[in-house]
Design a protein. Structure first.
Length: 716
């Protein structure tokens, strides 16, 4: 057994690694500055500059924290054991030997998954068997080793516990050093098989999503560019919350967008989308009667259903079948293509390609065919012209006969010249130009008004369209139509999509995104049915999604451990969701063994007392060292009212509304439906008595309670 290094030895090792990293950084900087001298191709230069720039940034960060772990591993067929240090990026010596392994490298799985003793890890070349002799974690700050600890299994290790006890900051924390075995399995799952993750509140779904993207880019860097990966998040506010996470992992240029942003880049029509939460707010506020609420639910469910997709498919098939002129194709009276021949070519690969692409294919087909028989057609036209000239009425005067002769000659001459010059390309282009593809929005209008029977959907849609506005539920059908008619812009092509908070998506959305990925099923879907506050239009059964969209080919993984909240807070949240868990097949969260403050219930006699208690609580929490404190109200009205009352009493209070883009941390007042996906050191929950026993209200309350990491006050 090898001697275990002391802290002095480890500090010497750290100095050695830092020197190597510094040398590598200087070399990369030199390479970057000389790229223009040695690369003439602009595209290749741009790609090399991006890659080198990312490496330079990663090495600069590594000079502060070069690694966070070490494993001593001995391969089964090798007498010599390896000391493998693991960090956020590879560090190589002058001979290109790995000094620090990237956390995404296959060998690093031993750290995340292995226990002391016999273990193995998977590589592209197969399974490597061996023995794990040591697993060590380091706390390094500003290039100084603070301490280290040796561990056996990762689930209850010291570093994880320390990380969980820390205060939240204004951005999603990078927990690459404390990824758990079940999370690591998801992060490293096959890119080319759909993956569905049902993760309870606080199980690290967003963290897993970000680390999975980082892993895939590292693993497939020779095949795909970062721009070909997309994370879809619920709103701009949430995107701002996570925007620094990928760069922190050494990954740049990955697209991070809301579904609306993504869709509007593809749809050519200029349209506005009304507030994405407008229908949810109507249902939450209880301002509508049951009939009106039922209309909202039915309309939303229908527009997100595969049944509606079938209606659209039927309409699009008719558009395709009727887009060509129902005439044979003639050149100067010579039949070149029959109408049925052209229609068959157009409809070839109907399921695979957009209408625009198939029209382009039709044009290529016509040019190819014409090129092969243009000389024959020229002879036929020449012969036809000769007959027409011979058929001129001889009773006409010589002048009139000459005039007719010239007219006939010129009438055929242009087409003959075109056939000689470019094999008739110009003639075909003129034919193709007459084929007009309808816009997605006009097609959708026709479908709404002529293909469905629900009058209130027609009325509502037409009323919105007067202001060139649509509801969020209309976006997926319009995107689908756009894709079927026009396809994708090459610049927007994608290889993999990760969807966070996916329980709020409809089956139609999943179908459309999979279609946009050319049905290669390279999707990672992460969500929590218990937090499905849009269940009137979203998902409530992952197995059904797997069956309907992926033919049961997706892997479904479960994250049941909650790392965010203390056991006391999770117990409170589970009380709220438990009454509907069987009906909705909800898996209850299991809190990690981390105990904290008791959840406090406080009953106020009046509104003034309520405000006083909020202000006092904020001061108390600040004294404990908590930085990010949230006041969560059920709806926007409550939040605005409280904001007006306390903004003069407490400095730097932020109110989150539908227009909020930036997340600044600190004291945040937020409605329940905007709080999803966020986490705070401490939460003050308002409106407890205003939540009803409905599934929607239970889910909203559950979401609100599970935002708290350490401390929770519930005001009655």
């Amino acid at each position: 057994m090898k001697k275990i290094l002391t802290i002095e030895d480890e500090r010497e090792k750290l100095k050695e690694v830092l020197k190597i990293a510094e040398k590598e950084l200087k070399e990369e900087e030199m390479i970057f500055h000389n790229l223009e001298k040695h690369t003439t191709d602009e595209f290749i230069l741009y790609e090399l500059q991006k890659k080198t720039y990312t490496k330079i940034n990663n090495l600069k960060k590594a000079l502060l924290v070069p690694y966070f772990a070490r494993v001593d591993f001995k391969e089964e067929k090798d007498e010599k054991e390896q000391d493998i240090y693991i960090g956020k990026t590879n560090i190589l010596d002058e001979n290109y030997n790995v000094v620090v392994a990237d956390w995404r490298a296959p060998i690093s799985s031993v750290y995340y998954d292995g226990e002391i003793g016999k273990t193995s890890y998977e590589t592209p070349d197969g399974i490597i068997e061996g023995e794990l002799l040591l697993k060590r974690q380091y706390i390094i700050e500003d290039a100084n080793l603070i301490r280290f600890s040796d561990i056996d299994i990762t689930t209850n290790d010291e570093l994880l516990q320390e990380c969980l006890k820390q205060n939240s900051d204004s951005r999603l924390k990078n927990i690459v050093a404390t990824i758990q075995k079940e999370q690591n399995k998801i992060i490293r799952s096959n890119m080319f098989k759909p993956l569905i993750v049902q993760g309870v509140a606080g199980s690290g779904k967003t963290t897993v999503a970000i680390h999975r993207i980082a892993y895939l880019i590292y693993t497939y860097e020779e095949k795909f560019r970062p721009e070909e990966f997309l994370i879809i998040a619920p709103n701009k506010f949430f995107l701002d919350y996570i925007k620094n996470s990928l760069p922190d992992l050494g990954v740049d240029y990955v697209r991070q967008e809301t579904f609306e942003e993504f869709a509007l880049k593809i749809i050519k029509d200029k349209i506005k989308i009304e507030d994405t939460n407008v229908n949810l707010i109507k249902l939450v506020e209880n301002d509508l009667d049951d009939k009106e609420k039922q209309k909202i639910i039915e309309s939303s469910k229908y527009k997100g259903s595969l049944k509606f997709k079938e209606v659209i498919d039927k309409y699009l098939k008719e558009v395709n079948l009727n887009i060509l002129e129902k005439n044979d194709f003639y050149i100067s009276g010579i039949k070149v293509f029959s109408y049925n021949n052209l229609l068959n070519v157009l409809m070839d690969n109907y399921e695979r390609f957009s209408l625009k692409t198939r029209i382009e294919n039709l044009e290529r087909y016509m040019k190819y065919q014409l090129e092969n028989k243009s000389s024959i057609i020229i002879d036929q036209i020449t012969e036809l012209r000769k007959k027409k000239i011979e058929a001129i009425d001889k009773s006409l005067s010589q002048e009139e006969q000459n005039k007719k002769r010239i007219e006939i000659f010129e009438r055929y001459e242009d087409n003959i010249k075109s056939l000689i010059k470019d094999n008739g390309s110009k003639i075909i282009k003129e034919y193709i130009k007459k084929i007009k593809i309808p816009s997605a929005i006009n097609s959708y209008k026709e479908i709404i008004n002529n293909e469905i029977s629900l009058d209130y959907i027609k009325e509502e849609f037409n009323e919105k369209m007067k202001k060139k506005t649509i509801q969020i539920e209309d976006l997926t059908p319009i995107l689908y139509i756009q894709y079927e008619l026009y396809g994708m812009n090459e610049k927007l092509r994608l290889k993999h999509i990760v969807i966070d908070e996916a329980q709020d998506f409809s089956e139609f959305q999943f179908y459309t995104l999979n279609k946009i990925l050319s049905n290669n099923k390279s999707l990672t879907i992460l969500g929590d049915i218990a937090q499905g506050i849009y269940d009137y239009k979203g998902i409530n059964d992952w197995k059904k999604v797997n069956e309907d969209i992926f033919n049961n080919e997706a892997n479904i993984e479960y994250l049941t451990q909650s790392y965010r909240t203390t056991s006391e807070i999770m117990e409170e949240a589970n009380k709220v969701i438990s009454p509907i868990k069987d009906k909705l097949k909800i898996v209850l969260a299991e809190a990690i063994s981390r105990y904290g403050e008791k959840v406090e219930h406080y009953k106020c006699e009046n509104y003034k007392e309520k405000i006083e208690r909020i202000v006092d609580r904020i001061k108390e929490e600040k004294e404990k060292g908590y930085v990010n404190i949230a006041i969560i109200g059920k709806n926007n009205q409550t939040c605005e009212k409280v904001y007006k009352e306390i903004k003069e009493k407490i400095n730097n209070v932020n109110l989150i509304t539908k227009n909020t883009v930036d997340y600044n941390g600190g004291i945040t007042i937020v409605p329940s439906y905007y709080s999803k996906g966020l986490e705070f050191d401490s939460v003050i929950l308002l409106d407890y008595d205003n939540y009803t026993q409905t599934d929607l209200d239970r889910k909203l309350l559950y979401v609100s309670l599970t935002r708290a990491m350490h401390s929770l006050l519930i005001i009655h």
